[in-house]
Every structure is written in C-alpha cells, then in structure tokens.
Design a protein around this ligand. Structure first.
Ligand code: HEM
Length: 516
C-alpha cells in the first residue's frame, strides 16, 4: 500500500508538473504569438501610411537619407511634394516608425496636444540630457510646469525693455569688428562674430554676467556649443551611437562629454558669481527687476525649498544654449536674405534712416521697435525660409487622430518646421522672398499653425520676444552703417539642419560703407 501510495503520489505529482509545464509553455506561446501579432498589425498599420516605398527590413528608410546636408533637407521636401502634403511615416529602423508632420492641420494636432518631449532610448531630447539636463527645453510634466511658471516673469516686457540698450552696446562692438572688412573690401564669414555677440547679450541680460566676450576672436564656450550641437546631430543620425555605453567609448562621445564638462563649469562659475553678488545686495536691497538667474536663485517652493544646484545649472545651461545659438542663426540668415534681395535691403535701410536721421545716436530705442514694420516683415519672411530651429520632436502619450489617421500611443512625431514653411498647399511661390505675404490682409487668411518658427501651444518658445528684439536691434544697426553683398566667388550657403539651422560652408558676405 505504502509503495502503491508512493507510486501513485509520484505518478500524480509527475502528471501535475507535466500539466504545469504545458500550461506555462502554452501561456508563453500565446503571449509571444499575441505580441508578434500585435507587432505585425502595428507594422502593417504604419506600412499603410503614406511613406517612401524604398524600405529595407534591416534599416527601414535610414539608407535613403542623403549624407549631404542640403540634399537631406530636400529629401524631406520631396516626400512632402510627392508622397503626401500633410504627413508621412519614416522608418528609423525596421521597428521604429516616426510620423513626420509638415502641414498646419497635422502640426496643430501635435502642438496643441499635451504630447511631451520624446525621451528614452534613441530619443533626441534624451541625447541633450548630459548637456542641458532637465531644463525647460527637455523636461516634461510637473518639473517643466514648475520651471515654466517660475521663469515666465523673467520675460515680461518690463524686464525686456532695458535689454535693448544691452543689445545696442553689443552691436557697437560688433560694428567695430566689421569695420575693417568694409574698409578693405575683404569678404568675411559673419557667423562666428554673430555667435560671440549673441552670447555676450544672453550672458549680460539673463545671467547678469558681464564679460567682454566679443573682444576675443573666438570664445571657448561658443566653440564648445558648436561642437556639442554638431556631435548631437551626428549622434541622432547614427544608430550605433545611440546606446550611451557605446557612445561614451567613441572619440566623438568623449569630445561630447568633455565639452559638457566645460560648459557646466562655466555655468557653475556664473551661478557662484551671481550668488555672491546677491548676498552683498541683500544688505542694501535695490529696487530693480529680477533677472532670470536671480529668479532661479531666489525661487522657493510652497514649503520653502530652494531649487537644487543641479536644477539651477540645468536651467542656466539651457538658456545659455537656447538664448544665443538660435538668435545667431536667425540673424545670420536674415542678413543673407537681405544681401540676396537688395531691393528689400534698400527698403529696410530707408526705414532705419528715416527713424534715426537727425538723432545724436544710432542706438535703437525700445519705442523704436514698432516703427520698423518693413524690417519686421522681412525678418518674418527670412524665418519662414530659414527657420532657426528646423525640427522638433514629440512622443504621443495617447492615441491621437492626425488627419484622419489614428496614430497609436507611444509613436514618435517629428514636427518639420522647415518643410511646413515651404508647404506648397499653404505658401504660394514658396521659395520666393516676398515679405508682403506677412501683411495682415494676407496673413489673416492663413491658419495660425502655418508659420511656427517659435513653435506654438504650451511648449512654445519662452524667449521669442527677447530674440526678435535682439535681432531687430542688431540688424538695423548693421544696415544703418553697411550695405551687405553676396560673394560671387564663393558657393551659396549650404543649409545644415542641426539643433539650429546652420550653413555648412559658412556665411560669407561683403560689407560696404553706406557713405561709399
Ligand atoms: C530666433 C531665435 C529663437 C527661435 C527661432 C527659437 C525657437 C524655439 C522653438 C522652436 C522652441 C520649441 C522647442 C521644442 O519644442 O523642442 C523653443 C523653445 C524654447 N526656447 Fe526658443 N527660440 C529662439 C530664441 C530663444 C531665446 C533667446 C531663448 C532664451 C532667452 C529661448 C529659450 C527657449 C526655451 C527655454 C524653450 C523651451 C520652452 C518650453 O518648453 O517651455 N529661445 N524655441
């Protein structure tokens, strides 16, 4: 009996295990099959969307993207022209579909939604993290909301007003540096001079950091920023650089992290200097507005908690980058557009002359800014053709209907500002520089999402008024003194869409004194 019982017990427990294994295996097989089925359905769904049919099961569409920077921009444009005028699906590998949008209807669906910045493996904002941290550009959710609420007062008109004189003083120095080129007739690449000028402005205005950066022929901070944006762009387009542990071991990766250390040290220095000044000021409070950095240093939560050093540094890094590279790019392309379209350059010069003639000083005043309507129209048109921030990205956190397509949650969306601005269904004579298209009678007929150089919706650019004022002051000061000409011996600028829109071969211009 004992034996029988033991045998039966063994037999039945063996059977139980067999059942157990069978059940587990069945569940695993069902789960795997279900996942595969879902992945296949998702794949089929994305394959049914408008897209470049030249698709590889290994690389998706990556191999179709041209290496040449200008051809790369034109590749996106040809998809808009030939595949679909509103959106297409781009495969960044066999399992990574990205929805690219470039029409007011489709861009609106993304920018009006609460879709956050894309984060996680291989996502562009994640790749910015080691550099600008969880600052306003990269952060999401509560962290972003808190910083945005805190920093919005730093861009109030009352704060921006005195910055105009800082812009003018920076312009004075820039003009002095341009003078010898006008005298000798030698062409120059104007971009490096513009970056130093805009860097000086952001350091003085937002960070109360008074250094004569323009006195140098180059600045290590501006240089590091350039290297960081270049390497960041390379990384976003090179799948084998996506895993951080590999990227860190490559030469470019090491340069990237060295540059990060450099800019972080500079941010720390600025913060420490300002902290000491504020401590001194505490004893003799002055009636003045708070700069961006003061707001960061003095901010307290409801429970009295200050921002951590790391949080403050991320915001400082964010503003130092976002506040100078964009305006330098915007000014550079604006000057190019005017050199290329002399009839508009003359109109702007006449407008500036009419404003300043008879004055003792050429400094532009805050009250002068609305008196430059032609310049304002030309600047808008230049930012249409050459948007300083060409692309941005979002991640859909919920299923979203875009132009009748139900795009699943988790999908990456690339907002192509540079293509929206030349979408032929929106813009007549899209490649022609015609600033009049921004006159109210014409502009009011267009969807507001047709033109978004500063993005739109809740995550729009916090610094847009700061930027536009600065560009207006710099360009009117340059045009008051010089006439700009293209350099026929040099090839035209080659657009390069990095974090900001650059020229791959510099921005070569000739300057002539207006008196000549
Ligand atoms: C011509 C100059 C500028 C252009 C074209 C521009 C454009 C943009 C765009 C398109 C965005 C959205 C980015 C995204 O969604 O990822 C943005 C965001 C931002 N910009 Fe600008 N920008 C300019 C100048 C500035 C300046 C001067 C500052 C600071 C002083 C600044 C600070 C920021 C910040 C902090 C954000 C993130 C805002 C948020 O998400 O709440 N920008 N900008």
């Amino acid at each position: 009996m004992m034996f029988e019982f033991g045998f039966n017990q063994q037999y039945s427990s063996g059977k139980t295990w067999a059942f157990f294994y069978l059940a587990v295996t069945t569940v695993i097989v069902i789960v795997v099959l279900h996942r595969l089925f879902k992945a296949f359905k998702k794949f089929q769904y994305f394959r049914s969307l408008p897209q470049d049919k030249n698709f590889s099961f290994l690389l998706g569409n990556i191999q179709n993207i041209p290496k040449d920077p200008e051809a790369r921009i034109n590749y996106g444009r040809s998809k808009m022209d030939n595949i679909d005028p509103k959106l297409n699906c781009m495969w960044m590998g066999p399992f990574d579909p990205v929805i690219v949008v470039y029409h007011p209807d489709t861009i609106k669906a993304i920018l009006k939604s609460s879709a956050p910045k894309s984060r996680g493996f291989a996502r562009i904002y994640e790749m910015l993290l080691p550099w600008i941290g969880e600052g306003l550009i990269v952060s999401n959710g509560n962290v972003w909301q808190r910083s945005r609420r805190l920093l919005t007062p730093a861009f109030h008109f009352d704060i921006l007003k005195p910055y105009i004189e800082i812009d003018n003083k920076a312009a004075d120095k820039l003009l002095k540096k341009l003078e010898p080129f006008a005298t000798s007739g030698e062409a120059l690449d104007i971009y490096p001079l513009l970056t130093l000028c805009t860097l000086e402005v952001i350091l003085k205005c937002a960070l109360s950091y008074d250094v004569d950066i323009q006195a140098k022929s180059h600045d290590p901070y501006a240089q590091s920023t350039r290297q960081l944006t270049e390497i960041f762009t390379i990384r976003t387009r090179t799948p084998w650089y996506w895993p951080t542990f590999i990227f860190k071991r490559t030469e470019v990766g090491q340069t990237f992290f060295q540059c990060c250390d450099f800019v972080h040290n500079m941010a720390d220095e600025i913060i420490q200097k300002r902290k000491k000044e504020l401590e001194k000021e505490e004893n003799k409070p002055q009636k003045r507005h708070l700069d961006f950095i003061d707001i960061l240093l003095m901010a307290r939560d409801e429970d009295g908690k200050a921002m951590t050093t790391q949080e403050i540094r991320s915001e400082v890094d964010t503003f130092m980058f976002a506040g100078h590279d964009t305006t330098a790019s915007g000014t550079m392309w604006f000057l190019y557009c005017l050199a290329k379209n002399p009839e508009y350059q003359i109109k702007v010069q006449e407008e500036v002359d009419a404003l300043l003639d008879g004055r003792d000083s050429d400094h532009i005043l805050w009250s002068d800014l609305p008196e430059l309507p032609t310049l304002a129209l030309c600047l808008k048109e230049s930012m249409r053709l050459y948007p300083p921030v060409p692309f941005i990205q979002r991640e859909l956190t919920e299923e979203t209907v875009i132009d009748g397509h139900t795009i699943p949650k988790g999908t990456l969306a690339s907002v192509s500002i540079i293509h929206l601005h030349v979408n032929p269904t929106v813009w007549e004579d899209r490649d022609v520089f015609r600033p009049e298209r921004f006159k109210w009678e014409e502009a009011k007929k267009r969807d507001t999402f047709s033109y978004v150089p500063f993005s739109a919706g809740p995550r729009n650019c916090i610094g847009q008024h700061f930027a536009v004022d600065e560009i207006k002051v710099l360009t009117s000061r340059i045009l008051r003194k010089f006439t700009l000409e293209l350099v026929p011996e040099r090839p035209p600028p080659v657009r390069f869409a990095q974090a900001t829109l650059q020229s791959h071969n510099g921005m070569w211009l000739k300057l002539k004194h207006r008196t000549e």
